[in-house]
Ligand binder design. Structure first.
Ligand code: GUN
Length: 295
């Protein structure tokens, strides 16, 4: 008989990570040292971005960190935004900050990210942090890939020598998580295949996955016939699909959870899987920035 499927509880794990951070922040503050301070810059009033930033602020405060948000109108120029970044780079009170994405179309996002001091880049988006991560040096790693590795570690999921298939090659998730899974680390030491929109015979490849990390951005893309019995499934997607309930929609991932979970040994739900880990890892990066662990 098939072993039971274990649900990877991202909400509970994120709370554990936040509790550990809270204890460390309290120790710092008890010594009358400056507590970690996370700042966020947000341009315009995209509702999803407002929600993200509000939850980051709430989470930072919940672990005893100082949190501040700098709001700029949609018509802010690139020069004005770069000047705001320079200001935060120089401000010794602020340990780390993020510039919420997406930015308005008239602003060059690469130029903005490049302006952030890598030592304060707690999103891990700056080319210096991406490069250091790629060659195995200490660096801020972006929060979603870091959260995925943290879940694998805390659930004691063996990765060494196993075939890890990553779906999606985005700068924020697919590319970094594929690099991290191949490193001489634990979690890591996996044999990694990175699939994307031009991959041929995707199902043939996914059926050989021991660990399948799905960040392809299509609702319920991964079906049961695309995975083998016992696979570990990490679902990064989050999509609203119409549903016959009060809200008129429900949240689903990149994986057809109902059918795939019957074959999986471990699987992350959506919501409550990878999502909650992201903010927890951002806070972990902010604590590392305050402790000057990498720079
Ligand atoms: N927009 C959506 N997710 C993120 C994130 O993790 N960081 C930033 N800066 N913007 C985002």
């Amino acid at each position: 008989m098939k072993n039971q499927t274990i649900l990877i509880d991202g909400k509970k794990t994120a709370q554990q990570v936040k509790n550990e951070i809270k204890t460390e922040v309290a120790t710092i503050v008890d010594k009358h040292e400056k507590g970690p301070h996370l700042a966020a810059i947000i341009v315009g009033d995209d509702p999803a971005s407002q929600t993200y930033v509000a939850s980051k602020e709430r989470a930072a405060k919940s672990v005893g960190m100082t949190s501040s948000t700098y709001r700029y109108p949609e018509e802010t120029t690139e020069e004005e935004l770069l000047a705001a970044i320079d200001f935060l780079n120089e401000d010794e009170e602020i340990d780390g900050f993020i510039v919420q994405l997406p930015l308005p179309a008239h602003i060059n996002v690469d130029k903005v990210i490049a302006r952030i001091d890598p030592a304060k880049d707690v999103d891990g988006f700056h080319p210096v942090n991406v490069g250091r991560m790629a060659i195995g040096q200490a660096a801020f790693v972006s929060a979603t890939p870091a959260g995925i590795l943290e879940l694998l570690k805390r659930y004691n999921i063996e990765t060494e020598g196993r075939h890890c298939v990553v779906l999606g090659r985005s700068n924020i998730v697919g590319s970094p998580v594929s690099m991290l899974m191949a490193k001489k680390t634990n979690p890591g030491n996996a044999t990694v295949t990175l699939c994307h929109s031009k991959t041929k015979n995707m199902a043939e490849i996914t059926r050989t996955a021991d660990i399948l990390i799905c960040a392809i951005g299509q609702a319920q893309f991964v079906k049961a016939d695309m995975v083998k019995e016992g696979v570990v499934v990490i679902d990064v997607g989050i999509h609203r699909i119409p549903a016959d309930n009060e809200k008129g929609y429900k949240l689903v991932g990149d994986v057809d959870f109902g059918a795939v979970s019957k074959k999986a040994s471990y699987i992350t739900p959506v919501p409550g899987g990878v999502g909650p880990m992201t903010i927890a890892m951002l806070l972990k990066n902010t604590l590392s920035a305050a402790k000057k662990e990498y720079y």
